[in-house]
Design a binder for this molecule. Structure first.
Ligand SMILES: Cc1ncc(COP(=O)(O)O)c(C=O)c1O
Length: 452
């Protein structure tokens, strides 16, 4: 009897998810509500999550490494978060005005994040980055923004180049050429390229994903952090860290606290509200953030940076954020998540080596990244920070890996290579995960998709 391919097995295993996706395709333009959730033949529909696990509509259980796109370092439905949201929902989700929780939340952020002299709340990471660019342009009087290849920064028009090759071609249509003509994209870890890009003194801000592209798929060398700080200072350009994923995860104060580099502006999101929708803030230097100040009529009308947003600093997000940051302040949950991630990375690497497949599992803090091919830098690498900018991760292979791990009870990114470990993943979760990946690798070898 011919054995079914894993793809055919997936198509059969989840009839309720399939039916819901069919329905979705008739109402949601691409069947999903985030580009990153699109998956053929259909994505899985979930209906419950708790701790490190989630369940789908067909009744299957998963160990979850998507973790709310990195927001859920304390796992799903953490009791303190649930209590904070419930409590606040009974007494007001929007006062149409100021409330004390905004201050408690901002004070906590200031205590934890070294660059946070002032805090401005937004409704998402994308909005935080949009406001960062506006503040930097207003403060410096310059138009250009420098970005690094592969770094993601949300979906604002000005950052729709540089995220995927070819680097200067936008990753979306519908932009004005004008939107991106002031966005310059350069390679990471390249001092000469950075110096050249800033040398005309016309760059307002250098934007960097603080742990490198996609939280470290391609990382940043330790020395380049200081290089970025020194060169931006030399040319009076602002340095911006996008810590939307890394903030409160890599350490209570994010990558900047770990690396002891103080950017001028920092975008925060995700963990900021413990996973409550509406997570975003831009924080930074007082003089830059004071572009938002109200002063006299002339300043207000002609110089000031304007910012509105119905849900900025709303009580529900504030309550959830305060509960989360109070727990994360000690650094203990981050340490536990990192230790579990280290265990996962090592055992996954063993599973790859045992099967004679080319590849590597790497990552810093509580992340893991999988690369299934040869690497020229293999002998110079400690599998923490990957400096191979040229590696290519096959999308079809990633999809098949995701299909197979899903069949075996593990869910992570639909591109199949990256995950976030939380503080509530257990050793038993890691065992299940290694088993699921081992079975997935074996199937992909049998199907001739992965070769030894
Ligand atoms: C590094 C980075 N920047 C910005 C964003 C955009 O944040 P949001 O999805 O909250 O708009 C994301 C989201 O995944 C991100 O990972």
């Amino acid at each position: 009897m011919v054995k079914q391919s894993s793809e055919a097995l997936y198509a059969e295993r989840f009839p309720k998810s399939r039916a819901l996706f069919d329905h979705a395709c008739g109402i949601l333009p691409r069947g999903v509500t985030h580009d990153g959730w699109f998956m053929l033949p259909f994505p899985i529909y979930f209906n419950r999550a708790q701790g490190s696990h989630k369940w789908d509509v067909d009744g299957y259980e998963y160990v979850d490494y998507f973790g709310g796109h990195g927001a859920l370092i304390l796992g799903h439905a953490h009791p303190s978060l649930v209590e904070a949201i419930n409590r606040q929902s009974l007494i007001g989700t929007h006062f149409g005005g100021c409330h004390e929780l905004q201050l408690e939340w901002a004070d906590l952020i200031k205590e934890l994040v070294p660059s946070a002299e002032r805090v401005e709340f937004t409704n998402s990471g994308t909005e935080a980055n949009m406001l960062a660019m506006r503040l930097a342009r207003a403060f410096t009087g310059r138009d250009k923004i420098v970005r690094f290849r592969g770094h993601f920064a949300g979906f604002a028009d000005h950052v729709m180049v540089g995220f995927a090759p070819p680097w200067n071609v936008p990753t979306s249509s519908g932009l004005l050429s004008f939107d991106i003509e002031n966005t310059v994209v350069i390679p990471i870890n390249d001092e000469d390229a950075l110096e050249k890009a800033l040398s005309k003194r016309d760059v307002a801000m250098v934007m960097v994903e603080a742990a490198g592209a996609f939280s470290g798929v391609t990382g940043i060398s330790s020395s380049f952090y200081q290089t970025m700080r020194d060169i931006t200072k030399e040319y009076d350009t602002l340095l911006h860290f996008d810590e939307i994923v890394t903030g409160f995860r890599f350490s209570p104060g994010g990558v900047q606290a770990e690396k002891r580099i103080k950017p001028d502006l920092t975008s925060l999101g995700k963990i900021l509200t413990g996973g409550m929708p509406g997570a975003g803030a831009i924080v930074g230097r007082t003089d830059v953030m004071e572009m938002l100040l109200f002063k006299d009529d002339t300043w207000n009308r002609y110089k000031r940076v304007s910012h509105t947003g119905t849900f900025n600093g709303n009580p529900l997000c504030a309550s959830a954020g305060i509960a989360t940051l109070k727990i994360l302040r000690s650094g203990d949950p981050q340490k536990r998540a990192s230790d579990m991630a280290q265990m996962l990375r090592e055992q996954l690497q063993d599973a790859i080596v045992d099967r004679g497949i080319s590849g590597c599992v790497y990552g810093d803090s509580s992340t893991f990244h999988i690369y299934l091919s040869d690497c020229e830098l293999r002998d110079e690498c400690d599998r923490s920070v990957c400096l191979n900018e040229d590696k290519e991760r096959s999308l079809p292979l990633g999809r098949l890996l995701a299909i197979n791990t899903t069949l075996n009870g593990v869910h992570f990114t639909s591109r199949g290579y990256d995950g976030f470990v939380s503080a509530v993943h257990t050793e038993s979760d890691i065992d299940k995960t290694i088993h699921a990946f081992s079975k997935s690798f074996d199937t992909l070898i049998k199907e001739g998709i992965l070769t030894k």
